[in-house]
Design a protein around this ligand. Structure first.
Ligand SMILES: Nc1ncnc2c1ncn2[C@@H]1O[C@H](COP(=O)(O)OP(=O)(O)O)[C@@H](O)[C@H]1O
Ligand SMILES: [Mg+2]
Length: 398
């Protein structure tokens, strides 16, 4: 059996909504409904909807200066991301768990004329942080361009509604603005995901936008000038380096903030436990009383294989081809909890996570399988108190 460990849309990443948190004093935000009139609950609410209660509480109590068109002061944006308790006792849940300074630099950058580039290996919460920053700064995280090898210039600049273009010729009416163009016109935060996957010539259309703060529309002899409040957050994957490296002209327009891997097992266990709890709640999984043991084991296995050495530093290991990120650990545990809840006795056991671990580690069936078998026999088998885990892994690996 292979269990996908990619974060899926069903992961409903942002939906650890404040109301369900018993320690939070914020008013419940209604469950966001689909805008198509069916009134169905959306699978994954945007951050600004999922955390509307927290954002409103912050706005109400935030008496620090706000940059033009910002919904919150930089201090309140940082508190939204890092968590804290407001003067009236409202608890703001932490969204990003990591060095405070990183968040402060990221938020500050958005208040300058430089754009923000979040850089890091996969699964270090680049997309997650970008979404929450946009939600807190502009109240809207949806002005987003997904970067791929096929992203056209129109996705960054503008396109045309061809029916109108043919009927009436080029006009503002026929122009279809990109999310970046809308952000410029409205003084909002635009997001570009996976910037380095975008072909270099298309990337370069950002240079004028970010340096001159204008978007020329030669077809109409017009331009759209960015109004105050506009800025842009891009994310890029460290591993993609060399695919479409950022040109130095473009890189100069960005302040780069590197999101690190969690520094210790404890930090990573904490991140996984918190996120799993939020996701489980949003998926209505029955609560599983204690997953701490398996979370620690999954995180330990992923870290050791990632680092190429056991946590005591004594044994060198080969690393598999997959990234084994925190995000993947979150997926493995969430899948395991669903198994335990629906088919087990309600306790998360080694057997519930084994298949997920195998799926995450063995990406390349030939080479990774050997790495995994060696690790299993040389490390897991010998480890005190890990017998059940070893057996469960053996069973799915056979
Ligand atoms: N330091 C962290 N703090 C909070 N959540 C984290 C952290 N690291 C990873 N995550 C979680 O990992 C998941 C995937 O992160 P994502 O933003 O998609 O990664 P990236 O874009 O860097 O590949 C998110 O659900 C996020 O909550
Ligand atoms: Mg991402």
């Amino acid at each position: 059996m292979s269990v996908s460990t990619e974060p899926t849309s069903a992961e409903a990443r942002g939906s650890g909504s404040a109301p369900a948190n018993p320690t939070s004093g914020t008013a419940p935000s209604p469950t966001p409904r689909a805008a198509d009139g069916t009134g169905a609950e959306v699978l994954r609410p945007h951050a600004e909807d999922a955390f509307a209660g927290e954002l409103a509480a912050l706005a109400a109590q935030d008496d620090r200066p706000r940059p033009v068109r910002w919904k919150l002061s930089p201090w309140a944006v940082a508190t939204y991301l890092l968590g804290g308790t407001l003067p009236d006792g409202t608890v703001i849940t932490p969204k990003y768990i990591g060095p405070r300074r990183i968040v402060e630099v990221a938020v500050t950058t958005l208040a300058t004329d430089r754009a923000l580039l979040l850089l890091g290996v996969p699964g270090t919460a680049k997309t997650w942080v970008s979404e929450h920053l946009a939600a807190a700064v502009s109240g809207d995280s949806t002005l987003i361009v997904q970067g791929t090898a096929g992203t056209p210039e129109e996705a960054i600049r503008y396109g045309w509604n061809y029916a109108r273009l043919l009927a009436h010729g080029p006009s503002r009416d026929a122009l279809v603005p990109s999310p970046v163009m809308r952000a410029m016109a409205e003084g909002m935060t635009a997001r570009v995901e996976e910037l380095t996957r975008i072909p270099a010539d298309v990337q370069d259309s950002l240079i004028t936008i970010l340096s001159e703060k204008t978007l020329p529309i030669p077809e109409l002899g017009q331009e759209t000038q960015a109004v105050r409040g506009f800025n842009l957050i891009a994310t890029a994957n460290d591993r993609d380096r060399g695919v479409n490296d950022l040109s130095s002209a473009l890189r100069r327009r960005f302040n780069t903030v590197v999101l690190p891997l969690p520094e210790s097992v404890e930090a990573e266990v904490d991140i996984v436990a918190r996120r799993v709890e939020q996701i489980g709640r949003s998926l209505d999984l029955p609560g599983v009383p204690d997953g701490a043991t398996e979370i620690r084991r999954v995180v330990t296995v992923f870290r050791e294989l990632r680092d190429g050495a056991t946590s005591d530093g004594r044994t060198k290991l080969k690393s598999p081809s997959g990234t084994l990120s925190t995000a993947e650990a979150i997926s493995v545990i969430t899948n395991g909890l669903a198994l335990a809840a629906h088919f087990g006795d309600g306790v998360l056991r080694a057997g519930d996570v084994a298949a997920g671990i195998l799926g995450a580690v063995v990406r390349d069936p030939a080479a990774d399988r050997v790495v995994w078998q060696e690790y299993l026999e040389a490390v897991v088998r010998e480890r005190d108190g890990w017998t059940d885990f070893y057996r469960a892994c053996r069973e799915v690996s056979a």
